[in-house]
Design a protein around this ligand. Sequence first.
Ligand code: AMP
Ligand code: MG
Length: 423
Amino acid sequence: MLSVEQAMERILGYVNVMESEERSIMESLGQVIAEDVYSGVDVPPQDNAVMDGYAVYSKDTRSASGESPRVLDVIGMVAAGARAYCRLMPGTAVRIMTGAPIPEGADSVVRFEDTDEACRGEGDKKIGILKEVEPGKFIRRAGEDIKKGSKALVKGKVVRPSEVGVLASMGYDRVKGIRRPRVTILATGDELVEVGNPLPPGKIYNSNSYGIAASVLSYGGIPEVLGIARDNEASMLERLRQRMDTDIMVTSAGVSAGDYDIVKDILAKKGDIVFSKVRMKPGKPLAFGTIESIDRNGVARKVPHIGLPGNPVSCMVTAELFLRPAILKMLGRKNLARPTVEAVMEDTKDNYGGTRVFNRAIVTKRDGRYYARLTGPQATGILTSMSKANGLAVIPEDKVKVNKGDVLRVMMLDWDDELLQGD
Ligand code: AMP
Ligand code: MG
């Protein structure tokens, strides 16, 4: 049976980085930049004032002080967005607002606080400078942030809000990024009922499709929920014959050893099985391979297929462990792993099977150390255990028992402060 690492390596071997596409800068949030971005303009475009005050020639402020102000003639005023038409001559000043362009002849700005403006009457054409300023004071230089023609953002960088801002500062409304993969999600099971409907006896709601779809969204992919296939070949094949543009197919359930577990049979007929078990808990019955998918032009092609287990917790944990890195690779991301911490265990747990066990854990931080306690019962049907957890505490294959005080590595799913601080 494959180890978690071997399974991951196989899956990553079958998924490729998506092509690039041009999108609006807002829509590209979270995507990877596909080409270096050069600036067509200086940012800021011109020298401008950092403070509200007076644009002056610094030499005119020499030895100015509160006791002996240097009095200058005010020859005009310039606001942000306006053009500075006036030209400073020695002994003159221009009233200027933050962000306004520096008039010709001025080499510094004296802020209002360092002038006697407050004491002067309306219409006074003079200003007293109370403090000497050095050249360049309170001026942002043209191109100080980004020089025209320079490389502002490098290929491979993830677009965060800051990158959206930087792109906008250069005037770009679109950017080339690696496109998001489309992830088709198909639930299988005769017992499943779609949410929003009454629940007949013997049935359960289809929660996996939604847990997976939400995970896909949070990883940066585009989920496409295909509905429910029943536990027979005809129903599954009918779903697979639907035309869709999918980059990766994800099914849930039907991969264990039961009488109606037909996903593996379909995989064998309509695709290739690469593996069907992983040495881990939860999530041992995890299938991976390729499956035939018909695109919108009616062309059949093989796409990677992850057959997630049906038990809701197993489904979410394996999506986290295998689907997430696959999607991140497709998105062109470099770091595919969740951050981990070493945490002191506050509960005991046995590991009988020599498998790697992923326990839903609540991680808190106290006195600079991380502590992890279990969310409660760890059965694979208890989906609320995932909801309570902010991490997965990992018991290695060779550790048969975890005692209180043992240190385990915890994969952090969430850095929510409230959870980390405990309750
Ligand atoms: P299976 O892999 O088909 O044997 O399913 C294992 C368990 O997961 C069974 O108890 C199923 O009822 C449950 N299950 C399967 N699919 C879903 C789903 N989409 N939502 C919630 N539970 C499911
Ligand atoms: Mg089933």
